[in-house]
Structure formats: structure tokens, C-alpha cells
Design a protein around this ligand. Structure first.
Ligand SMILES: Nc1ncnc2c1ncn2[C@@H]1O[C@H](COP(=O)(O)OP(=O)(O)OP(=O)(O)O)[C@@H](O)[C@H]1O
Length: 290
């Protein structure tokens, strides 16, 4: 179990006010997939890097299975797997050679066991056929699968994946989702993302981070249940949007085939042009930040 208590981090800026990237974060995360959802700039990567022992907060505590992560980072690292938002690879090095390199850095000294584990991970991530090809030439999806393979070296008990599906096509995203859900059975897996679908498809538990703060935590279906019976949709002209915004509690609007679809919160049907809709996770997040 991972517990995070009163975690704070601000970045100073020469021209602007300081940025509070972590504003008193408190979270308890059990084995399984945990989704950390938030828009760009919410502070998700700062939180992921802090848990991954790559940077220190200004204050607060992190504990993982009895390890004080901030004061004993060397105890966490052997049981940690981390897939950062972006990672570089040595040009020309094959998938097998790079995994071997990372495995040695991770302390997997027994050659036979190391090779067995690398082969298993290549198989799990569907990269066996390309194991002798250079990772620098891989497609985005293949590179992300390689990233997961390197993060899983040493069978980590805590796996952190930061925005892993950004830029992947739907097929690769689906493949990546299946891979993550297979892994999460007896591991704490934290998936940081701005993609609502990633969390609703995969994560039994989640938190929403906005402007450095956790504004909601829980089970995705429970987060949407508070909006049951209160969400209404209408399709309007672009020119009418500000009028509707002044009359109703519009939580979101988006273009659909040149017209604007609005979602409104109201205890009763706001007007004849509105239809009741079933809230999804995206609606509850728009509501939370509105
Ligand atoms: N090293 C840094 N120095 C100064 N400000 C920073 C630094 N790292 C992050 N920030 C700022 O802190 C805030 C949170 O950034 P962070 O990268 O943690 O958010 P994020 O939710 O991961 O967003 P993204 O998905 O865009 O990376 C942003 O306003 C960002 O500009």
C-alpha cells in the first residue's frame, strides 16, 4: 500500500507567482490500477517524479509497504518501476541489448535469470520478433511497450506510468490497456493521464488532480452517480452559447458536426430543447472544475 500525506511542492518563477504543483496531497493507494486524472499542468508529473524518488517535495510524507520513500529512496528503487512521460534511448541499440543494460543497472546480476526475465518481458509486450531491432527506430506504440518492459524489469511492486498512451493510435492504446490490466493484479500501478477514457476503462480507483490539488477521489462510477438525473444535453448554434451560459449551469460544450452540444446541470429539465443524458466520468470532472 502507498500512502501520501500532506505533500506540498511549489516551483518559483522569476516573472510570475510561484506555482503550487502539489498542494497538500493526501492519497491512499492499494494494489491494482489507480488512475490519476488531470489536465496538463495539474501537477501529475511532479507527483509521479516525487513518488519515483526523482525529486523531493517541500514537505509531506510518502510510505510504501513500510518504506519511508523520501528518507530511504534506495530501499524503494529495487521494487519500483517507472515509465516517464518521455524517455530517450541509445541510438542503434536493440531492444534486447537495452533491456539487458537496464537490467544490469537494476542489479539483476544472474545472467541466466536476467535473460529469462528479458525474454518473458519481450513476449509480454509483444516485442519478441523485433528484439534485435534498434529501439530508436520503433513506432510510438512499440516504444511505449518497450518502456513498460523496462519498467517491469525486476518485478516491481510499485509501477508508475506517466501519460503512457498520449500519441498512440486506438489499436495500440487498446493493446497497452490490456497489458497494464494484466500486470496490476498484485502490484500497485499508478496511471497518470489526462485521457478520461484511460481511467474509466482501466481503473477501479482514481483521483482527480487540478491546479496541484486532489479535488476528488473514489470509484469512477461513484464519482458520476452524484450527477444522476441532473444532467441535460442540448444542441445549439455557436452564436447562442453565451446566452445559454448566462441562463444555465453549463459544465461543458463541444463542437459536433458544426453545432455546439452543451451539457447543463439542473434538478429539473431546463427547457424543451434539452434531453436527459447519463453522466460519464468526463461530465463529473467538468462539473468538479466548473
Ligand atoms: N522544474 C520546474 N520549474 C518550474 N515550474 C515547473 C517545473 N516543473 C513543472 N513546473 C510547473 O508546475 C506545474 C505542474 O507541472 P507538471 O508537469 O507536474 O504537471 P502535469 O499535470 O504533469 O502536466 P503535463 O501533463 O503537461 O506534464 C505546471 O504549471 C508547470 O509549468
Amino acid at each position: 500500500m502507498l500512502t501520501i500525506r500532506n505533500l506540498c511542492k511549489s516551483y518559483s518563477s522569476e516573472n510570475k507567482n510561484d506555482v503550487m504543483a502539489l498542494n497538500n496531497i493526501n492519497l491512499t493507494i492499494k494494489a491494482g490500477m489507480f488512475g490519476l486524472l488531470g489536465p496538463n499542468g495539474a501537477g501529475k508529473s511532479t507527483l509521479m517524479r516525487t513518488i519515483a524518488t526523482l525529486q523531493l517535495p517541500d514537505s509531506g510524507q510518502i510510505e510504501f509497504n513500510g518504506i519511508d520513500v523520501l528518507t530511504e529512496p534506495q530501499k524503494l528503487r529495487p521494487v519500483l518501476g517507472y515509465l516517464p512521460q518521455e524517455f530517450g534511448v541509445y541510438p542503434g541499440m536493440s531492444a534486447f541489448a537495452l533491456l539487458e543494460h537496464f537490467a544490469l543497472l537494476k542489479g539483476l546480476s544472474d545472467k541466466k535469470q536476467r535473460h529469462k526475465q528479458i525474454q518473458e518481458l519481450l513476449y509480454l509486450t509483444n516485442l519478441t520478433d523485433v528484439q534485435n531491432k534498434a529501439v530508436s527506430g520503433f513506432s510510438g506504440g512499440m516504444k511505449q511497450r518497450f518502456g513498460i518492459a523496462q519498467a517491469l524489469l525486476g518485478a516491481p511492486k510499485l509501477l508508475i506510468v506517466d501519460e503512457p498512451t498520449a500519441g498512440l493510435d486506438p489499436q495500440e492504446r487498446n493493446r497497452f490497456h490490456n497489458l497494464l490490466s494484466d500486470i496490476s493484479e498484485n502490484t500497485v500501478v499508478i496511471l497518470s493521464t489526462h485521457i478520461v477514457e484511460d481511467v474509466s476503462n482501466l481503473c477501479p480507483n482514481m483521483a482527480v488532480q487540478v491546479n496541484g490539488e486532489i479535488i476528488a477521489t473514489g470509484v469512477p462510477s461513484e464519482l458520476t452517480s452524484s450527477l444522476n438525473g441532473k444532467l441535460w444535453q442540448a444542441t445549439i448554434n455557436k452564436a447562442q452559447l453565451s446566452q445559454y451560459q448566462s441562463l444555465h449551469q453549463v459544465i461543458s460544450h463541444r463542437l459536433v458536426a458544426g453545432e455546439v452540444q452543451i451539457h447543463v446541470i439542473s434538478d429539473t429539465c431546463p427547457a424543451s430543447e434539452f434531453n436527459a443524458v447519463v453522466p460519464d466520468l468526463e461530465d463529473s470532472i467538468f462539473f468538479a472544475v466548473s
